[in-house]
Design a protein around this ligand. Structure first.
Ligand SMILES: NC(=O)c1ccc[n+]([C@@H]2O[C@H](COP(=O)([O-])OP(=O)(O)OC[C@H]3O[C@@H](n4cnc5c(N)ncnc54)[C@H](OP(=O)(O)O)[C@@H]3O)[C@@H](O)[C@H]2O)c1
Length: 267
């Protein structure tokens, strides 16, 4: 059945946060395109969502480390005028210290968390701007607010997602397109198990269920937020951070260094 609410494409829909997004968007009446590598899991999810919510669900098997597959998904976004929502959840984590190993082990992380997300975001932003409407949600991470405490490559990728989302929102402002970056804290998904990491020492009070995270993310999107931190109790803390950042702006580009950096003879 085709609904009136538009079609949403969700990557990483086979588990965790992406699956919870697919379930909640279907419950709200969206037709779906669900994307990941595991066709069996996607097929099972699609069958359940069709039965439970009478929405149309298309399974799109894609490996987002593969440029051809990414281009195919981007093409799916660009070519379907009913598609007005993209949620980029596909992602992975790596365990262990950053130094000392083969740096090429980070290639899949960068390919999925950064390159594919960028390609799909840009495809969606261009298509939605042409259509005059559409929403893009990108899953970043709360680790970007405490970068020194987490895996450098993972944090850097998530910081890229936040920066891309905020910057692109500036470019599409007024076009009818909205972007949102979501910064989850620890979430009860397969992310860490897949990386062979044990996060059992992290207290349960710090771990959110994916369904709750998605409810908060959708509420944040509806409230017009460009950045949503589901755990953060007081929005004033985020606004204070933005204000502190904005206070730097007048002094970020001058024709000479600040006095504390100038050589004695140049002062
Ligand atoms: N869990 C947390 O604590 C947490 C916190 C902050 C941010 N995040 C972010 O949230 C996002 C979702 O992760 P999750 O926690 O829900 O983990 P998850 O349960 O492991 O889900 C990851 C999803 O990404 C898909 N994926 C991984 N590699 C892929 C590839 N090469 N091609 C296509 N799809 C791929 C997986 O599907 P297939 O295996 O079927 O391909 C799966 O659907 C990630 O970006 C993660 O970095 C998670």
């Amino acid at each position: 059945m085709t609904t009136n609410t538009g079609t949403a494409l969700v990557t990483g829909a086979s588990s965790g946060i992406g699956k919870a997004f697919a379930q909640e968007l279907a419950r709200r009446g969206h037709d779906l395109v669900i994307v990941s590598r595991d066709a069996e899991r996607l097929d099972a999810l699609a069958a359940g969502l069709r039965d439970d919510h009478a929405v149309a669900v298309e399974v799109c098997r894609a490996d987002l480390t593969d440029a051809g597959d990414v281009a195919r998904v981007a093409g799916r976004i660009s070519s379907d005028p009913r598609l007005d929502r993209v949620v980029n959840c596909a992602g992975l984590w790596v365990a262990g210290p950053v130094l000392g190993g083969e740096t090429r082990r980070y290639a899949p992380l960068m390919a999925v968390n950064v390159v594919a997300l960028q390609e799909l975001t840009l495809a969606a932003a261009a298509a939605f701007a042409a259509r005059g409407r559409g929403g893009i949600t990108n899953i970043s991470s709360a680790v970007v607010m405490a970068p020194q405490r987490f895996h450098a490559v993972y944090v850097a990728g998530k910081a890229y997602v936040l920066a891309l989302t905020e910057a692109l929102q500036g470019e599409v402002a007024g076009s009818g397109v909205r972007l949102q970056a979501v910064l989850p804290g620890f979430t009860k998904t397969e992310l860490f198990d897949r990386a062979g990491a044990d996060v059992s020492a992290v207290p349960d009070v710090m771990k959110m269920a994916p369904g709750l995270l998605v409810e908060a993310a959708l509420a944040g999107f509806e409230a017009g937020e460009t950045v949503t931190i589901p755990s953060l109790p007081d929005l004033a803390d985020w606004n204070a951070f933005l204000a502190a950042r904005a206070a730097l702006e007048p002094n970020l580009s001058h024709d000479r260094p600040a006095p504390r950096y100038r050589l004695a003879e140049a002062v």
